[in-house]
Design a protein around this ligand. Structure first.
Ligand code: FAD
Length: 460
C-alpha cells in the first residue's frame, strides 16, 4: 500500500503529525507497536498528573480529616488513572479514524534509504506486511534509562513505567528516588502526600537543575516541607538489595564522605534514552547524535525524506514539543508554513504550587550578555493563593531593557502550568511590559500576580 507519509510511533509526536498531515489532505499510515498515545498517555504525562491530582486532593482533605493518608486506597488511585488513560487512548483511535489515518499495529522497520520508502510492519502474531511511503516520519520516543552503576540493573528497582503501573498501588511505606529531575520531583510529591517516607538522591547541586535557580530552591523547600529527605550533590555509587531487612540501600558520596539511605522500594528516575531498537533494516543507517537521531532545524535526518521528531531526536523530552515538531516537519514535507513555532517551548512541573517556565532564565540572559529588567511579584498577598492554602510563591518576568519586550517567565505558584500559556503567547508575539499590562485580569485569580509582576519592573 502506498502512502504520502508513513509515521513510526503513535505518541503525541506521531499521532499529532498524523492528524495534521491528514488535515492537509495527505495519505497517512501510522505504525504503533504498543498502545496509541505513547509514553505520554500510557506511562508519562497523563498518569503522573492523575496521581498528582489525587495525592493533592488527599493532602488538601487531610487538613480536615487527619487520618486520611493512612486510610488511602492506592488501588482506587490506580483504577481512576487507568480509566482516564483508557478514555484518552480510545479518543486518539477515534481521531485517527475521523482523519482516515490508516493505523497499523506492529513494530515498524525502515527497509531502504530512498523514496519511495518501504516500511515493514511486524505484528505480534508474527505476520508482517510492507507499506510504501513517499516520506517517513520517525516518532519512536524514549524509554527509561538506568545508571551504569553496581546494582542499578536489578529489575526489582522500579522505573517510572513500573511505578505508574501496578507497582504504584503496592502498600510500601518508604521510597528511595534516584534523580531529582522532573519525574523524581513529581513522584516524590505524589508519595510524600500519601504519607510515604521519601528520600531523593540527586547528583547535581540542586533538584530541577535545568530550571531557574530560585525555582530549584523553592522546589527543594517544597519537598522538604512535605517531609521528603533531599540529598543533593550526592553521587550514587551502588544500590544493594538488603537481604536482612528487605528493601534497598543506596550508597553515595557526599562532601567527600560515604553515606547510605535505605527504603522499602526504589525508583530510578535517572533520565530516558531514545528508542531505536529494530527501527532500521539491514544496511540502513542514520547519522546519530550520541543515542538520539541527529536532525536539522526542519527535523530532517541524514536520509532525504526521513524526518525524526519528539524524544527520539533528543532535542526536548516534552509531549508538546514532540507534537509541535510533528506539525513543523509535516509542514516542511507538504511545503506549507508551520502554524506552530517548535522552538519556544514552555516547561512545567506539576507540584503544588506548580512550576512553569518559558524563554530565558536570569542565568541564561546573563550568559548571553542581554540587559534585562526583572519584574517579580510574591504571591503572599494574592487572594486565590491564600484561599487555596498554597503558601509562598512568585512570578518572575524578564524584559529586554532596550525593547521592553518579555523574553522570559518563571512561575512558582498556583495554576502556573495554565498561566504559562499567556506568557508564551506574549513572548512569541513580542509583547512589551505595557502590552502585558493592558488586559484586565479577573479577581480573585492567580493571574492577578502577572499584573503585579509587570508593575514591579523598573526600567528607569
Ligand atoms: P512517545 O510518547 O514515547 O511515543 C513513541 C511511541 O512509539 C510509543 O508508543 C512506542 O510504542 C512506539 N514505537 C517505538 N518504536 C516503534 C517502532 N519501531 N514501530 C512502531 N512503534 C514504535 N512531557 C510533558 O510535556 N509533560 C509532562 O507532564 C510529562 N510528564 C512525564 C512524566 C513521565 C513519568 C514521563 C516518563 C514522561 C513525561 N513527559 C512529559 C515526557 C513525554 O511523555 C514525552 O516527551 C512524550 O511522550 C514524547 O512523545 P513522542 O511522540 O516523541 O514519543
Amino acid at each position: 500500500m502506498m502512502y504520502d507519509l508513513v509515521i513510526l510511533g503513535g505518541g503525541p509526536g506521531g499521532y499529532g503529525a498524523a492528524e495534521y498531515a491528514a488535515r492537509l489532505g495527505l495519505g497517512v499510515a501510522l505504525v504503533e507497536r504498543d498502545r496509541l498515545g505513547g509514553t505520554c498517555l500510557n506511562r508519562g504525562c497523563v498518569p503522573t498528573k492523575a496521581y498528582l491530582h489525587t495525592a493533592e486532593a488527599v493532602r488538601e482533605a487531610s487538613a480536615f480529616a487527619p487520618g486520611l493518608p493512612a486510610q488511602f486506597d492506592r488501588a482506587a488511585m490506580l483504577k481512576s488513572k487507568n480509566e482516564t488513560v483508557d478514555t484518552l487512548v480510545k479518543g486518539i483511535g477515534l481521531l485517527m479514524k475521523a482523519g482516515k489515518v490508516a493505523v497499523y499495529e506492529g513494530q515498524g522497520t525502515l527497509l531502504n534509504a530512498e523514496s519511495p520508502f518501504s516500511v515493514q510492519v511486524m505484528r505480534r502474531d508474527g505476520a508482517s506486511e510492507t507499506l510504501q511511503g513517499r516520506a517517513v516520519l520517525i516518532a519512536t520516543g524514549s524509554e527509561p534509562s538506568r545508571l551504569p552503576l553496581p546494582g542499578c540493573d536489578n529489575p526489582a528497582l522500579w522505573t517510572s513505567d513500573d511505578l505508574l503501573g501496578e507497582a504504584g498501588a503496592q502498600p510500601f511505606q518508604s521510597l528511595l528516588i534516584v534523580g531529582g529531575g522532573v519525574i523524581g520531583v513529581e513522584m516524590a510529591c505524589v508519595y510524600a502526600r500519601l504519607g510515604v517516607a521519601v528520600t531523593v538522591v540527586e547528583a547535581e547541586k540542586r533538584c530541577l537543575p535545568m530550571m531557574d535557580l530560585e525555582i530549584s530552591r523553592s522546589a527543594e523547600a517544597l519537598l522538604k516541607g512535605l517531609g521528603v529527605t533531599v540529598l543533593t550533590d550526592a553521587h550514587l555509587e551502588r544500590i544493594d538489595s538488603d537481604a536482612l531487612h528487605g528493601g534497598f540501600t543506596a550508597t553515595y558520596r557526599k562532601d567527600n564522605a560515604s553515606g547510605s539511605a535505605w527504603a522499602e522500594r526504589a525508583l530510578m528516575a535517572t533520565g530516558r534514552r531514545p528508542v531505536t531498537d529494530g527501527l532500521l533494516g539491514e544496511g540502513v543507517s542514520l547519522a546519530m547524535n550520541r543515542r538520539a537521531i541527529a536532525v536539522d532545524e526542519h527535523f530532517r535526518t541524514s536520509i532525504a525524506g526521513v524526518y525524526a521528531i519528539g524524544d527520539v531526536n533528543g532535542v526536548f523530552q516534552l509531549a508538546h514539543a514532540a507534537h509541535a515538531q510533528g506539525v513543523a516537519s509535516v509542514s516542511h514535507f507538504a511545503g506549507v508554513i508551520s502554524p506552530i513555532n517548535p522552538s519556544l517551548v514552555p516547561s512545567c512541573v506539576y507540584t503544588a504550587p506548580e512550576i512553569a517556565s518559558v524563554g530565558l532564565t536570569q542565568e541564561e540572559a546573563k550568559a548571553r550578555g542581554l540587559e534585562v529588567v526583572v519584574g517579580k511579584a510574591l504571591t503572599t498577598q494574592n487572594a486565590r493563593t491564600l484561599i487555596e492554602g498554597l503558601g509562598r510563591g512568585f512570578i518572575k518576568l524578564l524584559f529586554d531593557r532596550p525593547t521592553r519586550k518579555l523574553v522570559g517567565a518563571q512561575l512558582f505558584c498556583g495554576r502556573a502550568t495554565d498561566m504559562i500559556g499567556e506568557l508564551t503567547v506574549a513572548i512569541e508575539n513580542g509583547l512589551t511590559a505595557e502590552a502585558l499590562l493592558r488586559p484586565l485580569r479577573p479577581h480573585p485569580t492567580f493571574e492577578e500576580s502577572i499584573t503585579d509582576a509587570v508593575l514591579s519592573a523598573k526600567f528607569d
